[in-house]
Design a binder for this molecule. Structure first.
Ligand SMILES: Nc1nc2c(ncn2[C@@H]2O[C@H](COP(=O)(O)OP(=O)(O)OP(=O)(O)O)[C@@H](O)[C@H]2O)c(=O)[nH]1
Ligand SMILES: [K+]
Ligand SMILES: [Mg+2]
Length: 367
């Protein structure tokens, strides 16, 4: 039996199994088996050179990277051209785009790499078409735009989500708060610092047995599920924010548009007629969670035209220095900061100081 067949068999068994207290153990076990098989599939595809086909090796550049994922002909290339000015072939037939085409979206002084990708269809994660490579690129992005065609079935959204999930991508989700430490001996210790009624000890032990883990400490710090635990054990999950871009709204009625409006993380647009693209760019900016830091050379005005762009999660003075130049932190003495992150303007701060959007920084070096 091939890995794909084994996966299909387990998925079928999961469909047959009713979800209740008595079967949660069995379902947890099936999910663990499934996760292992999917990992095998991903590993084998990357060994066979799955990610290295021509046109897919676009190197990272700029301050952040966005990937556009969607079915064929939903308007990804049209959107790339409108947002970045880069030409990517647009046509009414499916699979017009066959490689990865990068453009640069400039906003608030940031240079954001936007990737146009071939359309994916169902079964991508199982090796159909170029889907595997497309999703491998998606794993490297800071934001995913799932581009949908408002005139086509909304089940496409679910299908794409499932494809991405199968490749270890978790959309708009934080890593589950589960502490997991493997040990050499001592058996399995389970503690709970948060209620987690959906995941009982028996299921946890079954999953661990499936992974042949006999000694470890587990602490549940959130309302975890069996899938969360598997994600933590597998360890290679990518937690990526996602916007659902509903394109071609020029082709549907207002009533239809109102129904679509209920989808979370959603932006309606018409790429072709350039409707609502400003709103899309604003939402992209919010979801990327970037901040702008202005540099101030001694005795000069800050340079407001060329901010240093940092991810909000990584925005200490050290991060700022590293973004400017690798060796900068070696000569660092202290920094002067003006702006929202300090009480006095300017204030002398050290390497660990946390910066905020639109702060002004002057680095003072050792002499
Ligand atoms: N009505 C309407 N048509 C659009 C819109 N955006 C794109 N299209 C049309 O949709 C068709 C497909 O557009 P593409 O940009 O090639 O779509 P794609 O997603 O890149 O397609 P593939 O590369 O084949 O996956 C073209 O005929 C476009 O003119 C839109 O906002 N409204
Ligand atoms: K097309
Ligand atoms: Mg295209």
């Amino acid at each position: 039996m091939t890995t794909a067949q084994k996966i299909a068999e387990i998925e079928a068994e999961m469909m047959r199994t009713q979800k209740n207290k008595a079967t949660s153990y069995h379902l947890g076990l099936l999910k663990a088996k499934l996760a292992k098989l999917k990992r095998e599939m991903i590993d084998s595809s990357s060994k066979k050179g799955g990610g290295t086909q021509e046109g897919f090796e676009v190197s990272k550049s700029g301050d952040s990277r966005i990937g556009m994922i969607g079915f064929p002909s939903v308007g990804k290339s049209t959107l790339l051209t409108k947002l970045t000015g880069v030409f990517s072939k647009i046509a009414a037939y499916e699979f017009t785009t066959l490689t990865c085409i990068p453009g640069v979206l400039q906003h608030k002084g940031a240079k954001i790499q936007l990737l146009d990708l071939p359309g994916i269809i169902e079964g991508a994660k199982d090796g159909k078409g170029r889907g595997k490579q497309v999703i491998a690129v998606a794993r490297t992005c800071n934001l995913i735009l799932i581009v949908l065609d408002a005139t086509r079935p909304m089940v496409h959204k679910k299908i794409i989500e499932r494809e991405l999930e199968g490749f270890g991508i978790r959309l708009n989700k934080q890593p589950p708060q589960i502490e997991f430490k493997k040990r050499d001996k001592g058996g399995i210790t389970i503690s709970r610092t948060h209620d987690a009624p959906r995941l009982d000890d028996e299921t946890i032990k079954a999953i661990l047995r499936e992974y042949k883990i006999n000694n470890c400490d587990i602490n549940l710090k959130c309302d975890a599920t069996d899938e969360d635990l598997i994600d933590i054990i597998e360890g290679n999950r990518k937690y990526i924010p996602c916007l659902y871009v509903m394109n071609k709204i020029d082709d549907i009625t207002l009533e239809e548009l109102n129904v679509l409006d209920k989808i979370p993380h959603y932006v309606p647009i018409s790429a072709f007629l350039e409707w609502n693209l400003d709103e899309l760019v604003e939402r992209i900016w919010d979801y990327l969670d970037l901040i702008r830091i202005y540099t101030k050379p001694k005795g000069l005005e800050p340079d407001y035209n060329a901010p240093v762009i940092l991810q909000r999660k990584f925005s200490t003075i050290t991060d700022f220095c590293n973004k400017l130049h690798k060796s900068m932190i070696k000569d660092f003495r202290y920094a002067l900061v003006w702006g929202a992150s300090v009480k006095y303007n300017p204030q002398k701060v050290g390497k660990d100081h946390q910066l905020l959007d639109e702060d002004i920084v002057q680095i003072v070096k050792k002499i």
